[in-house]
Design a protein around this ligand. Sequence first.
Ligand SMILES: O=C(O)CCC(=O)C(=O)O
Ligand SMILES: [Fe+2]
Length: 234
Amino acid sequence: MEFDKLAKQFWNDGFVVLESFFKSDEMERLCHLSFKQFGESPDFVHDAEFLKRSKADVIPWFPQREGVLDFDAVGNQSNLQRLTAAILGKEWQEQYTMVMFSNRNSDGQSWHQDCPPEDASLFNLNRLVYPHDIDDRTGGRTVVMPGSHRRGVLPAGAPNEDLDGQIVLELKKGTLVLLHGHCWHRVLPIDDCKRVSINYRAAPAGTPDDITDVCVYRNMRYRFSTAEVVEDRV
Ligand SMILES: O=C(O)CCC(=O)C(=O)O
Ligand SMILES: [Fe+2]
């Protein structure tokens, strides 16, 4: 694997997509575990006002916090570790593993940056694993804006409109996407399928643990820990 070349591509585009990075049987195992955890109609953890304004129609689960270690082997795979080090440097740190579930016919997620971009050195790295296919049939494709991790704050505006230059990813089972937390991204609405993605979040050494507490949307900045809008943007 050409780690340095991929790292260069990451720093240029703000993301890199690697198909067939993980084995099919591992993906089926994680997919099954995830869907079993969420069941048919899981409760939302966020309040209704947040869901309405962010359209973040996604339910997170942090397996390690409950002593569930079944997701760790995929995160500990050596190629993933080496690629992470090529991007972040030797001193990078793991943050947490977050399984994200979206139900059938749900909204996806609006454009956002996972953390404020004002200080370019303070960011999270999303290491997204897709344990099932995400395509035009399922909906829920992830949209990214190449190079936007270098463009500062996501412009205020309509939460979900198409933006010039966006790329709509097709994600096959076993795909890894590395995505800079300042890179503008969103998730399209889901069709009649359940969707799950697994994010092995990491960051450069010394990054505060709560780096992703404030998320930047086109209509607001929102602080998860206190469940409050900290800035109205439109
Ligand atoms: O599930 C995805 O494709 C993207 C999720 C996302 O926005 C994130 O993990 O920060
Ligand atoms: Fe995100």
